[in-house]
Design a protein around this ligand. Structure first.
Ligand code: ADP
Ligand code: TZP
Ligand code: MG
Length: 275
């Protein structure tokens, strides 16, 4: 069992971290608001002329490959360089990596820069481990979520973590697998609906970047950001029970991002195990 008192709550985020996001235009606004709702400050820019000034202030960076272009790829590389120069933690979200060769090339290149956290859904993370993946577009496949597939993924991520000692790997889904060096955690919160509207993985990436940006250590940032988001989903389902329409669940999950942290014992709801 994961002991909830093992980590201090990261809230309120002090100092409020500036989170630089290079992300996809599908969920850009949701990602920016999510950072604000938990107490961070988002800035979404891909114009590399901003970067040298910006990185005097940036606390954390999110690189989400959901919408690629050649210009964006260049911006991502420059952002990573600036982040390294200023000791800023980097989160890479491998959105859609199972679906095209160019995304896989970019994902591998970004991994070679030793980001602080590399994430994706289970199908995306199978691709990163060179395992067969059934991911479709930006979505994970059920075949990649059964227990034998998860065991295979755990081994694949452990092998990657042995090479990339400073990178924490996160594979999201009905259960979330976290591998950091030789430590493995399986998180169990969340609701099915979180797979039924777009942007949930993107938001989780941004929350991790915000926690890292306010100085929280790597493993607690990942475990708490995922659990916090999933508990927001659980809370939302309780609230909208009589109106279980997907857009209402989405709206209430986002509301909960600013509300749940006001409950000092929010961490008591975390479910997870060290493997
Ligand atoms: N079936 C599910 N049950 C519980 N939580 C889920 C489920 N599917 C996704 N989640 C949660 O939703 C968030 C996004 O995960 P996922 O849908 O795998 O990412 P992506 O949006 O990148 O495909 C994660 O926090 C994950 O734990
Ligand atoms: C639909 C879509 N297409 C390109 S990015 C994107 C959003 C993906 O969001 P998430 O990975 O959080 O589900
Ligand atoms: Mg999603």
């Amino acid at each position: 069992m994961l002991r909830v008192n093992q980590f201090q709550t990261p809230f309120p985020l002090i100092p409020s971290p500036l989170v630089h996001c290079i992300t996809n235009s599908v969920t850009c606004e949701t990602v920016a608001n999510s950072v604000l709702y938990i107490g961070g400050k988002p800035i979404m820019t891909e114009d590399t002329r901003d970067f040298s000034d910006l990185y005097e202030q940036v606390g954390g960076v999110l690189i989400n490959i959901g919408h690629l272009s050649e210009e964006k790829e260049t911006a991502m590389e420059l952002a990573v360089e600036e982040a390294h120069k200023h000791n800023v933690p980097i989160v890479v979200d491998n959105v859609g990596v199972s679906s095209s060769r160019i995304r896989k090339e970019v994902a591998n290149k970004l991994l070679s820069f030793e980001p602080t956290v590399v994430k994706g859904n289970v199908s995306e993370m199978r691709t990163l481990c060179n395992l067969a993946s059934h991911g479709k577009g930006v979505d994970a496949a059920e075949e990649d979520q059964d227990s034998s597939a998860m065991k295979e993924l755990e081994e694949g991520l452990l092998a990657l973590a042995k090479i990339h000692l400073n990178t924490c790997f996160l594979a999201t889904g009905p259960s979330d697998l976290v591998v950091y060096q030789s430590q493995i955690v399986l998180l169990q919160n969340g609701i099915e609906a979180l797979d039924q509207f777009t942007g949930t993985g993107d938001v989780v990436g941004a929350l991790i970047a915000a926690l890292l940006g306010s100085g929280v250590d790597v493993l607690p940032s990942v475990l708490q950001a995922v659990s916090y988001f999933n508990l927001c989903g659980e809370e939302a389902l309780e609230i909208v029970q009589n109106d279980a329409k997907i857009a209402s669940i989405r709206e209430e999950t986002l509301n909960q991002l600013s509300l749940l942290k006001q409950n000092e014992s929010w961490q008591n709801g975390i479910k997870g195990d060290w493997l």
